[in-house]
Design a protein around this ligand. Structure first.
Ligand SMILES: Nc1ncnc2c1ncn2[C@@H]1O[C@H](COP(=O)(O)OP(=O)(O)O)[C@@H](O)[C@H]1O
Ligand SMILES: O=C(CO)[C@H](O)[C@H](O)COP(=O)(O)O
Length: 557
């Protein structure tokens, strides 16, 4: 039989990556990346240059279509695989990354009348300007004893769908009215590919308070929140919510022409990027946790039981692997935090030395930091440069480094930042364990495990756990491709279910990161201090970070 292939399309924060995978064994035959031309916009709208308010983060949906237009044909060209050999396509996307569209699915920001309207654009997952709406949703849900809140550690997020929609309604009611639907960008891509406005049970479950038997929050809750929202679920959130691991439809003629694939090719229901990394790493059993380590860090935990875990960002039955409860927790700045330090806080001599050696500043700092012993720099940091997602769930928290002196060097701070992210992860693992959700096996995937060995060793030392690293450098795209194989089905050369796909297609590297007991002992001491700082600044005792933000917003009016 002719060989069969599947395609995974991974829409990350900065770029989209397409990987063409052998459907028999998961071998990655070709990949291609298209960077988003407009990138991540935090200050100005494209075109007019209109200024954005603080905490805004938007994208242009046209950039996503460019990924389909360039990267899909490119992997076919590079591999020599014929379009008829591609049996399935899977899409993963950052989430909640959402946009308003009209009745034909055209984004409002791509229409002349709305190009100058910030609310017409894509609100990226890390858009944090709906904080007030999110706080009010939490307050009302708690007051009414709404059961949905319990599945999210008792707290929603300004990153999520309802807060972002309500912000649109409050600040731009005409955009809310004009929008036929608000869609997750991953669902919108699947809609563009298949013509079907199918929603993913994964993103709806984790980011829109949707539950497989209860649906979205009730009209009565929504009406009390704001009478204008009463019919939100049946109107602007309409579209069947389907479980991941199912087929959303076949490629339309138009999408086939755009991508160079054949009309009718099976397209899977979209999946959140971090979640795609779970089967992509081969994790399909209870007790396995996968850390998707890139711009942010998402912790996905599989379990056969449902428990209330402090600060967990969601527990969804069938949300990651059908038949299991999938928990998500996370840290919203990890690679982004190291990237911030490299981009904004290193002196010229570091840049010059690394340029002189022909290596990146990250690599230079990692090498210098790796020469130190744990605790050797005398520093301790809180990793909250983009707020805290778990366990405190508060986006107004900010970063902190304690212990700096006139002797402190850039590599000391860099190492302290790597360590802070590992301490944050230990806090999350401990929250799971305190709720009886035990973790037996820890996997890592994403860009960082390949880029920074010191980081991975510190994670092993701080958590005291062995870390297995996914073999693929495109684990999320591979995971998406696996869902494409399941959408195609075994009779077409794909897979019967995601567990079969993981066994057949996922691999981990032979080398693992094991904890060094001497390092672990020092990190235990430092972690004790981290917890003290964490609770002091994060649990309400000392609200200096929130006050600083308030003053900043007032001053920048
Ligand atoms: N050597 C490095 N060490 C630590 N962080 C790095 C290194 N190189 C790049 N980064 C950070 O990694 C992040 C990109 O991670 P990656 O997994 O490739 O992307 P994404 O999260 O968009 O999928 C960026 O935030 C960047 O600052
Ligand atoms: O919230 C998410 C997953 O639930 C985002 O998709 C995620 O944080 C984006 O991260 P990255 O750019 O690191 O893939």
């Amino acid at each position: 039989m002719e060989k069969r292939y599947v395609i995974g399309i991974d829409f990350g924060t900065e770029s989209g990556r397409v990987v063409l995978v052998d459907a028999d064994n998961g071998d990655e035959i070709a990949d291609h990346e298209t960077r988003y031309a407009h990138g991540v916009m935090m200050e100005r709208l494209p075109g007019s240059g209109k200024r954005l308010e603080p905490d805004w983060t938007i994208q242009h949906p046209g950039d996503y279509l460019e990924v389909l237009r360039h990267s899909v044909p490119q992997v076919l060209r590079a591999s020599g695989v014929g379009p008829g050999q591609v049996v399935g396509i899977g899409v993963d996307f950052t989430s909640c990354t959402m946009l308003p569209v009209d009745e034909r699915g055209t984004p409002l920001c791509m229409q002349d009348a709305y190009r100058d309207e910030p609310h017409a654009y894509v609100k990226l997952w890390k858009h944090h300007a709906a904080e007030e709406e999110s706080a009010r949703i939490d307050e009302l849900a708690a007051a009414r004893g709404e059961t949905f809140l319990g599945r999210y550690g008792g707290k929603g997020s300004s990153e999520w769908m309802l807060a972002k929609i309500w912000q649109t309604l409050n600040e731009a009611p005409h955009i809310y009215e004009t929008a036929h639907r608000f869609m997750e960008a991953g669902d919108w891509i699947v809609y563009r590919l298949t013509g079907n406005p199918v929603r993913s049970g994964c993103s709806a479950g984790y980011k829109a308070f949707w539950h497989k038997t209860d649906g979205y929050p009730s009209p009565s809750f929504l009406k009390t929140l704001d009478p204008r929202l009463e019919r939100l679920a049946e109107t602007k959130l309409s579209g069947e919510v389907r479980p991941i691991g199912t087929k959303a439809g076949g490629l339309t003629e138009e999408a086939a022409a755009l991508t160079g694939l054949l009309p009718g090719t099976a397209v899977a229901v979209a999946v959140i990027d971090a979640h795609a990394g779970v089967p992509g790493s081969g994790a399909v059993k209870p007790g396995q946790m996968v850390m998707a380590m890139g711009t942010s860090l998402c912790h996905m935990m599989l379990s056969d039981k449902e428990a209330a875990v402090e600060g967990v960002r969601g527990v969804v039955e069938d949300g990651i692997i059908p038949g299991l409860y999938g928990y998500e927790a996370g840290q919203p700045a990890v690679g982004d935090l190291f990237g911030w330090f490299v981009g904004h806080a290193v002196p010229a001599y570091v840049q010059e030395s690394s340029d002189g050696e022909g290596i990146s500043v990250h690599v230079w700092l990692e090498r210098e930091a790796a020469r130190q012993k744990p605790g050797g720099h005398g520093l301790l940091a809180l990793d909250w440069w983009n707020g805290n997602r778990s366990v405190l769930a508060e986006t107004d928290l900010s970063g902190l480094v304690v212990g700096m002196t006139l002797q402190t060097k850039p590599e000391d701070i860099y190492r302290a930042l790597l360590e802070a992210t590992a301490f944050g992860t230990r806090k999350i693992i401990e929250a799971f364990e305190a709720s009886g959700v035990a973790m037996h096996e820890l996997f890592a995937c994403g860009g960082l495990p390949r880029r920074n060995r010191l980081l991975m060793q510190i994670f092993a030392d701080v958590t005291g756990r062995e870390i297995k690293v996914a073999a693929s450098s495109q684990t999320t795209a591979l995971g998406a491709a696996m869902f494409g194989a399941v959408a195609a089905g075994s009779e077409r050369g794909g897979c019967a279910d995601i567990a079969e796909a993981a066994v057949r297609m996922a691999k981990v590297r032979e080398e693992t990161f094991r904890p060094n007991p001497e390092h672990k002992a020092v990190y235990d001491e430092l972690y004790r201090e981290y917890c003290r700082l964490h609770d002091l600044f994060g649990r309400g005792g000392f609200r200096v970070m929130q006050e600083l933000k308030r003053i900043k917003l007032e001053q920048n009016g």
